[in-house]
Design a protein around this ligand. Structure first.
Ligand SMILES: C[S@@+](CC[C@H](N)C(=O)[O-])C[C@H]1O[C@@H](n2cnc3c(N)ncnc32)[C@H](O)[C@@H]1O
Length: 468
């Protein structure tokens, strides 16, 4: 049993609960006050001047800017362009739902994107049948949360009843072609002489892709393992963290890896990071605050709601699927088995649809007092920042599977932003390579690989930076 878990189970539980309730109420009013007074604002030219200079020769849009007025105009336009990619990300999530979803049809899932279309890009009958099934579910008035989400999205886009299937078909074909493009980019990189070129190509793999919200459990395992390794090396000390930021927490629409949809939409990372910090004694669970920054309205609304319910004492239940055929490592399985041990208690999981036979599931009800500690801002990390009073910056910022959607200059701008949001000595973790031409306030500490499977084929490379 971890030390933090023992705290909850021992006789100190009563005073702890009272202290937590008291701290939560003070903390909540403080956070609410901050949220009101502290709206996100665009980064100022002075805050990115160094980054622009470092990238002046990159040829990337924006790198030529030399003064404030041009910057102010450019960053506003860029923010709009970035946000313009959100709907394409939703369309990608709908394509995943079509291929893998089990909530709206009992048709067999398509094994993977490659099996959904011919080489010339024509959809195969299995994919066409699943598109038709989703259209039928929409027409039937099914109450399913994801089907409702698709219905609302189509209504917002003005896609009428008779056009749904052709809309889904066009999107799915685009999605499949884009996936093939990413694969080719990696294969081309592998042909080069430099052994690190595949790794580097991964860093900006999705720089033009729609901004998807999908999320899953295991990147959080890699984050926790990295923090653990840093403690072993003496790079982190006990109780050094209180305020945590999660950039792009995501929403599990059709689970990113496996496409599961048999449970309600959920977010995992804010809780996973909170629990990692508590489990490793880097912070006291009753003191920790988690601030999320995201630009997707569905993610923001979801987190606002869970925090509001948490303040009313309601638990937040997460479902944790694991496909035994995916051959997770014993350490990854152990992480899955223990997820939530500090923040909540096990619940009976939802039944797994017959078509997904064999999938193991755990469910955890996270206590309301922890859900209440999550706060969210609508902010684009590439363009917008927040102003906190001195000492109220972050001790830890994580951004996994977020900056991979941006080019090297946008990544460097996000890093300048992250540097100013961190407290001195604060840590920033991401899970893909980031540019070396970044703000001097951030010092690169290294990279750690966490394998999710014994073969190491599936895993995450976490890069670590410290604010000077
Ligand atoms: C693919 S999901 C990753 C979710 C989670 N971090 C994970 O690793 O599973 C990307 C998330 O980042 C958010 N996002 C994308 N670009 C962003 C930006 N510029 N600023 C803030 N959030 C962003 C998306 O809305 C989404 O919630």
């Amino acid at each position: 049993m971890t030390p933090a878990f023992r705290i909850l189970c021992c006789s100190r539980v009563c005073p702890w609960v009272w202290r937590t309730a008291w701290a939560a109420s003070i903390g909540f009013f403080f956070l609410a006050a901050l949220a009101g007074e502290n709206p996100p604002r665009y980064l100022h030219f002075d805050e990115v001047r160094e980054t622009l200079l470092l990238n002046a020769d990159s040829g990337l849009p924006g790198s030529e800017i030399k003064e404030g007025a041009a910057w102010d105009a450019w960053i506003r336009a860029r923010d709009a362009e970035v946000r313009g990619r959100i709907d394409r990300g939703v369309e990608d999530s709908i394509s995943n739902l079509i291929l893998y979803g089990a909530s709206f049809t009992s048709l067999p899932r398509v094994e993977s994107v490659e099996f959904a279309a011919t080489e010339s890009g024509e959809l195969r009958p299995a994919a066409v049948a699943r598109i038709h099934a989703l259209a039928l579910a929409l027409a039937s008035g099914a109450k399913d949360e994801r089907v409702g989400f698709v219905r609302d999205f189509l209504a917002r886009k003005g896609i009428g009843r008779n056009f749904e299937e052709s809309y889904f078909t066009g999107n799915l074909r685009r999605f499949i072609a884009e996936q093939a493009g990413y694969q080719k980019k990696l294969e081309d990189a592998a042909k080069g002489r430099d052994p690190s070129s595949v790794y580097l190509a991964r860093g900006t793999l999705f720089e033009t892709r729609g901004l998807s919200v999908d999320t899953s459990l295991l990147p959080n395992f890699a984050l926790e393992e990295t923090l653990r390794a840093m403690i072993r090396k003496g790079a982190l000390t006990a109780e050094s963290m209180r305020r945590i930021a999660v950039i792009g927490p995501g929403l599990d629409f059709t689970d990113k890896r496996d496409g599961y949809d048999f449970y309600p939409l959920q977010t995992l990372q804010p809780f996973a990071v909170l629990e990692a910090v508590a489990r490793l004694d880097l912070g006291k669970p009753e003191d920790l605050e988690v601030v999320c920054l995201d630009l997707n309205s569905a993610v923001i609304a979801h987190i606002q709601k869970l925090a509001e319910r948490g303040r009313a004492g309601e638990a937040y239940t997460v479902e944790l699927p694991r496909d035994p055929r995916a051959e997770w490592s014993p350490e990854a399985i152990s992480y899955w088995k223990n997820f939530g041990e500090i923040l909540g208690s096990p619940r009976k999981p939802l039944p797994v649809p017959a078509s997904l036979g064999g999938v193991a599931v755990r469910a955890v009800a996270i206590r309301g007092q922890f859900a209440a500690r999550i706060q969210v801002y609508d902010a684009n990390i590439v363009a917008e920042t927040l102003d906190f009073p001195p000492g109220q910056g972050f001790d830890l910022i994580v951004a996994t599977n977020v900056l991979v959607y941006y080019n090297r200059l946008e990544q460097a701008l996000a890093m300048a932003n992250i540097a100013r949001l961190l407290n001195p000595g604060g840590i920033f973790l991401a899970n893909h390579p980031l540019p070396s031409e970044h703000a001097s306030d951030l010092r690169y500490l290294g990279r750690r690989t966490t394998a999710f499977t014994p073969s190491g084929v599936y895993g995450d490379d976490v890069v670590v930076y410290r604010r000077r």
